[in-house]
Ligand binder design. Structure first.
Ligand SMILES: [Cu+2]
Length: 164
């Protein structure tokens, strides 16, 4: 490799990173930034999360390792419908606005689960990139009331190196 080609390569790497983080699919999720749907049989861990009418997730902070497939068992112990949606903070905010405009909109995707009162749902997710990922309930008003949490994905070298 000549010296001259090095900046070009750096630019390419940056461009690839930017398109992964910012690229949107037709469904509005840039899933490359937060990982991808996992296969239940490959889950290395089960994390139980409770959702309540106090507009809280318990726990609201989860630590995982890059490459790990996690099975989230999400219980709705409230009397209202709640949901857990994984995403970047930016896309969750955009999605939240969409839900406010269309409160009756039914949405379903691999990165989320809607759970009726008293029920339990599941998300199986593979965390492929280190960094901070957000999860939130996008039932109208719940996100604004603070119904959100974070998944800290530790890089292979032992610490998170990106913020989304
Ligand atoms: Cu909720």
């Amino acid at each position: 490799m000549t010296l001259k080609s090095i900046p070009t390569l750096a630019a390419l790497v940056l461009a690839a990173g930017a398109s992964l983080a910012g690229g949107q699919h037709a469904d509005g999720h840039d899933d490359g930034a937060i990982g991808r749907p996992g296969i239940a049989a490959q889950a290395t861990r089960t994390v139980r999360i409770d959702m309540s009418d106090a507009m809280r997730f318990t726990p609201s902070s989860v630590a995982v390792k890059q490459g790990e497939t996690v099975r989230f068992v999400v219980k709705n112990s409230g009397r209202l419908k709640h949901e857990m949606v994984l995403g970047t903070e930016k896309e969750l905010k955009a999605h939240d606005e969409l839900m406010k405009k269309n409160p009756e909109m039914e949405h379903a995707d691999d990165n989320m689960v809607s759970v009726a009162p008293g029920r339990t749902g599941e998300i199986v997710w593979r965390f492929t990139r280190a960094g901070k990922i957000t999860f939130a309930c996008l039932q109208p008003g719940h996100y604004d009331a603070g119904m959100k949490g974070t998944v800290q994905v530790a890089g292979k070298d032992g610490h998170a190196d990106h913020e989304y």
